[in-house]
Design a protein around this ligand. Structure first.
Ligand code: UGA
Length: 456
């Protein structure tokens, strides 16, 4: 099939590359000409394992193209995915300006029936706004009767595992209208996703509003599990329990399951914080505030401070002369994404308190330097007190504590003797609970995890 995916951001690129890999002809337009230039020169705007190879192969074999020619992109395919960004508005709700601009472009150039698919994460009711925007453009061209149908097909992929998630989906949610246009849309999308349904049917067909809501409900549920576990972890610290053992104890109940029960330094990234906020906003607008979800947000904000509290308790609030080693900057492993990464607020607080920081991350160092410089734009000199090192152990050299903030695989089994020798004082603050307290103690390291019976 021919498919157009508007927007070469995270979701657009992965969707475009994977649909091409399945044998479709995919056109990826973007209004950002620099991005298009970069992609056409073989460059990658994001770090995502496996994506570059798929893009290269499909570009070479002629199934995938990038261009800023929007008229050509509309003419190219009957199925037009909108996968542009929905950054948070000032009040926390999703800003739809890019989605609606993409819709208008389609309306300005279409010359026959189109299936317009919202792939971006958009609030309930957006499909109707997209429809109105397209209809307005058509009316301005004297084509008010031209048919099209707007569908919702939210994306559930995780950064760092996006290819695998796209190619082996748990479910494919399709929200379509109940009229004839909706039937045509459903037929086209079923055809496109047929390769995923060979062994068993993964498609969930529903009305458009329910599909839009499903996306937010999924992220809100996952964020709730995390905040709940983080609260339990803090209590575990107080009552002398180990949240890791508790996690295993409850996860073994199939009604609970093991996923997304890891306590840590709070959830980050481009999705959970933004989507939870947007759903809270929608709830308020509808006069039905979501009390649980409001608490999820508050807990997440305070969780980012839990490790810092352990630092202050140990070293006091002024940390001049102290050196902290940081392992992991990205909001999670497998990505260089620094959006809402807990490392940002933690490092910023340490630097503002007078400390020196030596940081390591396998892929996110450049992004981290940029993010931190912008967070501390009011005190640019502080950036002199952070260095980014090539090897994890270099960060620990002479440090007063090692703070682990991202659970990259290469941090999981360090040479504990070398680590102890490198540190000035043998303290490990494990924000991801990746180490065994007994092993750390046996190596002579003072270990503090999250909820592991060790409140400072
Ligand atoms: C999340 C969802 O998992 C995807 O299903 C969804 O498609 C995506 O948002 C989106 O809306 O686009 P992502 O943000 O890439 O994916 O990352 P996750 O792996 O979900 O992690 C989110 C945050 O939660 C990270 O900061 C992670 O460290 C944290 N987390 C996750 C925990 O603190 N504990 C856990 O048990 C799991």
């Amino acid at each position: 099939m021919n498919v157009t995916i508007v927007g070469t951001g995270y979701v657009g690129l992965v969707t475009g590359a994977c649909l091409a890999e399945l044998g479709n002809n995919v056109f990826c337009p973007d209004v950002d000409q620099n991005k298009i230039k970069l992609l056409n020169a073989g460059g990658m705007p994001i770090h995502e394992p496996g994506l570059e190879e798929i893009i290269q192969r499909n570009v070479e074999e002629g199934r995938l193209r990038f261009s800023s020619d929007v008229a050509a992109s509309v003419a190219f395919a009957d199925v037009q995915f909108i996968a542009v960004g929905t950054p948070p508005d000032e009040d926390g709700s999703a800003d739809l300006k890019y989605v609606l601009a993409a819709a208008r472009t389609i309306g300005r150039h279409m010359d026959g029936f189109k299936v317009i698919v919202d792939k971006s994460t958009v609030p309930v009711g957006t499909a109707e706004k997209v429809e109105a925007a397209v209809r307005e453009e058509l009316a301005a061209r004297g084509l008010a009767d031209m048919e099209f149908s707007v569908a919702s097909n939210p994306e559930f992929l995780k950064e760092g595992a996006a290819i695998e998630d796209f190619m082996r989906p748990d479910r494919i949610v399709l929200g379509v209208a109940t009229d004839a246009g909706g039937e045509r849309a459903l037929a086209a999308l079923r055809e496109l996703y047929r390769p995923f349904n060979r062994n068993h049917e993964r498609t969930r067909v529903m009305d458009v509003r329910s599909a839009e809501f499903t996306k937010y409900a999924a992220n809100a549920m996952l964020a709730t599990r995390i905040s709940f576990m983080n609260e339990l972890a803090n209590l575990a610290d107080k009552v002398g329990a180990d949240i890791e053992l508790v996690r295993q104890g409850i996860g073994s109940d199939p009604r609970i399951g093991y996923s997304f029960l890891y306590a840590g330094t709070g959830y980050g990234g481009s999705c959970f914080p933004k989507d939870v906020d947007a759903l809270c906003r929608t709830a308020q607008e509808n006069g039905l505030p979501l009390q649980v979800l409001d608490a999820v947000q508050r807990v997440n904000a305070s969780q980012k401070k839990v490790l810092l509290d352990k630092v202050w308790a140990r070293f006091g609030h002024r940390t001049e002369g102290r050196v902290f080693a940081i392992w992991g900057l990205a909001f999670k492993p497998g990505t260089d994404d620094m959006r809402e990464a807990p490392s940002r607020s933690i490092i910023e607080a340490l630097l503002r308190a007078g400390a020196t920081v030596r940081a390591h991350d396998p892929v996110a160092q450049e992004q981290a330097a940029r993010a931190l410089a912008s967070d501390m734009a009011d005190q640019p000199d502080l950036m002199r007190n952070i260095t980014f090192v090539a090897q994890p152990l270099d960060a620990a050299q002479g440090a007063d504590a090692l703070i682990v903030l991202t659970e990259w695989k290469n941090y999981k089994s360090p040479n504990l003797r070398a680590l102890k020798n490198a540190l000035r004082s043998p303290l490990v603050l494990d924000g991801r609970n990746i180490y065994e307290p007994h092993a750390m103690a046996a190596a002579g390291l003072t270990y503090m995890g999250i909820g592991r019976n060790n409140a400072a």
